[in-house]
Design a protein. Structure first.
Length: 153
């Protein structure tokens, strides 16, 4: 299976050069058909090497098929404690891969919507240039052993 065969969804949103404002969410919409497939959900955050912080606070709003909605606040790490950036560099741009969830199964088939807002104390946040959401097939995790089957010495 090639890398592209494993990608179920991929979409990128460019953010304004003037800074990412609270009122400029990045929106993604994707369709889930196979609820038996395990999926990894990744967010690639592109920022310049002039970005001032080690992390980026995000507010995620998820709309599930039907009426269920969820809101979550995340702190995503873009650099280690010494200031070394995570991810790949191209010129002055760094793209940090953030694993949002791994080995998940979507409960319902249908359309899912994910809206991501910056949730920093500074508005707008400078030097963040784009977000890319990627859903990729993941290998099935082995089943956990049952208590009866555990071996003891």
């Amino acid at each position: 299976m090639s890398c592209t065969d494993s990608v179920l969804y991929q979409s990128e949103v460019s953010l304004p050069g003037s800074g990412w404002s609270y009122d400029q969410p990045a929106s993604f919409e994707f369709e889930i058909k196979d609820t038996s497939q395990q999926v990894n959900m990744l967010l690639n955050v592109s920022h310049s090497d002039a970005y001032q912080w080690q992390n980026l606070y995000l507010k995620l709003y998820t709309d599930f098929p039907g009426d269920r909605k969820d809101t979550q606040i995340l702190s995503v790490e873009l650099a280690d404690k010494t200031g070394r950036w995570y991810g790949e560099r191209s010129g002055t741009t760094i793209t940090a891969p953030i694993l949002l969830q791994d080995h998940i199964r979507f409960e319902l088939p249908g359309t899912y919507r994910l809206r991501i807002e910056q949730n920093m104390r500074v508005n707008p946040v400078p030097d963040v240039s784009g977000l890319e959401l990627v859903l990729e097939k993941s290998e099935a995790l082995p089943a956990a052993p049952k208590d009866k089957e555990k071996k003891t010495k």
